[in-house]
Design a protein. Structure first.
Length: 195
């Protein structure tokens, strides 16, 4: 959607780089920015720069943080680790207010067809964290890659004497955890089963 105004077109193009933002939505965002006061635009721009500069992965779990170790790793029960695919999955669990343990972010799942093996995601880092751990909850998405990853992790961890569980039904096959509502996710957590 060309407007014949180069700076506006560039702004629209930048917004279309965001997930699920098409050209019409991007254009609405661009016009919203243009209609903001200069002070608000500067605050908006600075918040983007600050977030990009300050936010990084937690050295322990791989979640996003602006400190060395995230607040969850610093304050929660370390005897239970919930393994998730992406940092955004943690937000879904935290909304339930039911889970009191820590997390481990894999930053992906196994997918041999795409060339993603155990060395390409953070499985080794998980194994290093198992000292004193009683249970590992594998909370990868209930799709083929998530199931393969869960089975692989269970195969590695069970011989070490650590209980390995998988989220129970309630999270439908093929869905993404980040879009699952709190009630369904709470039920899935409570009804998890040993693998």
């Amino acid at each position: 959607m060309q407007t014949q105004i180069e700076s506006l077109d560039n702004l629209v193009a930048q917004f279309t780089k965001l997930p699920s933002v098409g050209s019409k939505t991007a254009q609405r965002y661009a016009y919203s920015i243009i209609n903001m006061s200069e002070e608000d635009v500067n605050l908006f721009a600075q918040s983007l720069i600050d977030a990009k500069k300050k936010i990084h992965y937690c050295k322990t779990c791989g979640n996003y943080t602006d400190k060395d170790e995230c607040e969850i790793c610093a304050t929660r029960d370390k005897s239970i680790i919930c393994v998730v695919k992406d940092p955004k999955d943690i937000s879904a669990f935290e909304k339930t207010r039911e889970y009191k343990g820590v997390y481990h972010v894999l930053h992906g799942t196994l997918n041999p067809l795409a060339g993603i093996g155990p060395d390409d995601i953070h499985i080794k880092e998980l194994i290093k964290r198992l000292d004193g751990v009683k249970e590992v909850i594998v909370a990868t998405n209930p799709d083929v890659d998530g199931e393969v990853t869960a089975a692989y992790i269970a195969k590695l961890i069970k011989p070490l004497g650590v209980k390995v569980t998988r989220l129970a039904s309630g999270v439908s096959m093929g869905s993404d955890i980040e879009y699952t509502d709190e009630v369904t996710l709470t039920r899935a957590l409570q009804d998890r089963k040993e693998i």
